[in-house]
Design a protein around this ligand. Sequence first.
Ligand code: PLP
Length: 378
Amino acid sequence: MRKDTKVLHTGVEFDERTGAVSVPIYQTSTFRQKSVGENYGYEYSRTGNPTREALEKAAAELEGGTRGLAFSSGLAAITTVLMLFRSGDHLLVSDDIYGGTFRVIDKVFKEFGLSVSFIDTSDPAAVEAGIKNNTRAIFIESPTNPLLKVTDIQAVAKIAGVHGLLVIVDNTFLTPYWQRPLELGADVVLHSATKYLGGHSDLVAGLVVVKDAKLGERLHFLQNATGNILGPFDSWLLMRGFKTLAVRMEKHEENARKLAPWLKTLPQVKRVFYPGLTEHPGHDIAKKQGTGFGGMISFELESPELALSLLKGLKIITLAESLGGVESLISLPAKMTHASIPPERRKEIGISDALVRISVGIENVEDLKEDIRLGLSK
Ligand code: PLP
C-alpha cells in the first residue's frame, strides 16, 4: 500500500459491531464486567479505551512499530519516555530542541538525579565523544526546532548499538509521512501530535511508538501508573487528522519549497534555514533519510526590531505558538517557544532575537509572499 493510501486506511477501519467507518467515541470512564476478573476486553479508560486504542494502533502502523501510546500532550509523551530512566543515568540530548523539552529535562528530571549533556547530535563525532559509562540513551530532535538542524539517525543508531543505548527521536516536524525513524534504527519515536498529525490547531496530544514489545509494555505500565492519557474525543479528533495527513503534508512542503528560496531574495533577510535548500548543511542527510523536507522554515532578519514589526504587521500569517496547522503560523522563538532556554544558551546555539520561525500553511503561497512583503515594508 502506498503511503498516501496507508495514512487513511490504517488502524481500526470500521466499528466491528455496527460497521461505522468512523471509529466511535467511547466516552466512558469504566466498563461493565461479566463477573469479577472477567470483562469484555476493557476495565477502566485510564488503562485502555477502544477509541484511544484505535488511534494507538494507527500510530504504530504509520511509524512501523509494534506499539503506540497516546498521551494528553507531546510533553506528557516525552515525560513518560523520560520515566524509563532512573537517578544516576545519563542522557545525550540534541542541543537545539523545543524549549519545553529542554525545560522538563533541565528543571524537572535533573532534580530527580538524571544527568544530561546537550550536544550537537548532527555531529556523530560529538555523539561518540559524549558517551559516558552511565549513558543510557540519545534523545534526538531532527530536524530541530527552531534551527532545522538535521541528525543522521542511522549513524547515531549505529553508535548507540555499539554502546547498548536507546535512541529516541522526536519526529514532530516531519511525521511518518516524510520520515520513519524506527526504520532508520531508532527505538522510540515520539510526537507532539498537536502539530502536523492533528493538523488543525484544535487539539493538544502526544504519541509514542516503539519497536520492541517489552519496551511498549513498560511504557504502557508508566502511562497507566501516572495517568498520562489522551481522552476518547481527542483520540478521535487526532485520527481524523491522520486521514488528511498526506494531502496536507504535500501542500505544506510544496509551499515551503517555494517560500524558502524566495525569502533568500529579500534584502532584509540575512539567513534562511530550510533543509530543502541544497546549501543547508543537513540537506544530503535529510534527503537520504526521509522522503520530504517538511513545511518549517526559520529565517534571520536584519534586526530584532524588524522581526517584531514583521510579526505585528502580518495579516494572513498568524502570530502564534505551535506549528503544523493548515493555517500559516509565525513566531519569534527567542521570546516565545524557546523563552525557557536561558539567553546565553540561546546565543550559544544560534537562536537570536531576530530569528523568525514560520510554519508554512496550505494557503496559496503567493498570498503568503505578499503578506511577508507587506509586513516587512511597515
Ligand atoms: N516536540 C516538539 C518538536 C515541539 O515543537 C513541541 C511543542 O511545540 C513539543 C514536542 C511538545 O508538545 P506539546 O506542546 O504537544 O506538549
